[in-house]
Design a protein around this ligand. Structure first.
Ligand code: ADP
Ligand code: MG
Length: 264
């Protein structure tokens, strides 16, 4: 796969940069979560999916979060992306407390400009071409001049090796290529942080490998990546591994004693 990751740093023409220039050695927090509790309430009663999560992820880290189905992985990611809100606790992303500094109505725009999100089932719009899907995220975030967006979208597709498929509908490419297009879309607004929820969960192992190769390359180029997976074999490729069980972080490769602390 041809990767042209340097193109990621295409300057924004009009808008003030929302990402901060940094180096891999800067130990600056990209994500800072304090005392996160999430309780769902419905007719059946209450269920606490996150029971007190404290987590700091620094810029440039490539982090895997592994846990069984139902352990709280997606709920945790939804706290980071602001798709859902915690019952208790604070989430600070790139210095912004996303639940107090950003209003509910500003949050989707904030998300579009600061985060790239990748899902297990890609979530491409089926009636739009791959190029149009990538352009759409710039439209939503109102990033880049209107006239620049097609060219920028094409650069993103080149980055993931899909330039030949730019004008195809998602259904006409493989599932691995659909996920690559979804990553191109996630990168379109040049976010410092990529969040991926089981990005390889629906892919064959070769396509999964291509996705992880791309993430590794992006991580080397200074993107912070948080990837949820139920595949422990992927953890050898990330710089830091976390394990979540029953709504608690129970292991952190940066902090070998987490389990002992929890149990003491
Ligand atoms: P994972 O992604 O690790 O499979 P989730 O974070 O999706 O797990 O879910 C964690 C737990 O919270 C599960 O028991 C799930 O049923 C519950 N849960 C998730 N979302 C909701 C919701 N909207 N309402 C009630 N319970 C939920
Ligand atoms: Mg999940």
């Amino acid at each position: 796969m041809r990767m042209e990751v340097e193109k990621l740093n295409t300057p924004r023409s009009k808008l003030k940069s929302v990402s901060v220039k940094h180096t891999m050695t800067t130990l600056e927090a990209m994500i800072d979560m304090h005392g996160i509790v999430k309780t769902f309430k419905n007719a059946a009663g209450e269920f606490t999916a996150l029971r007190g999560v404290d987590l700091t992820i620094n810029r440039g880290e490539f982090v895997s979060i592994v846990g069984k189905s139902g352990s709280g992985k997606s709920t945790l990611l939804n706290m980071i992306t602001g798709i859902d809100h915690p019952t208790k606790g604070r989430v600070i992303i790139g210095g912004t407390d996303i639940y107090t500094d950003v209003t509910e109505s500003q949050r989707s725009r904030w998300r579009g400009r600061n985060l790239g999100i990748v899902f297990q089932f890609f979530q491409l719009l089926p009636m739009l071409t791959l190029l149009e899907n990538v352009m759409l995220s710039m439209d939503f975030a109102e990033m880049y001049d209107f006239d620049e967006r097609p060219e920028r979208a094409m650069e993103m597709l080149k980055l993931v090796g899909l330039e030949k498929f730019a004008n195809k509908l998602p259904v006409l490419v493989s599932t691995g290529q659909q996920q690559l297009a979804a990553i191109a879309r996630a990168l379109a607004c040049d976010p410092p942080l990529l969040v991926a929820d089981e990005p390889t969960g629906n892919l064959d192992s070769k396509s999964a490998n291509t996705i992880i190769d791309l993430f590794e390359e992006l991580s080397r180029r200074d993107k912070t990546i948080v990837m949820v997976t139920h595949d422990p074999s992927l953890t050898s490729r990330t710089t830091r591994n976390l394990i979540i069980a029953d709504g608690l972080l129970v292991a952190d490769s940066n902090q070998k004693s987490l389990i002992e602390n929890r149990n003491s």
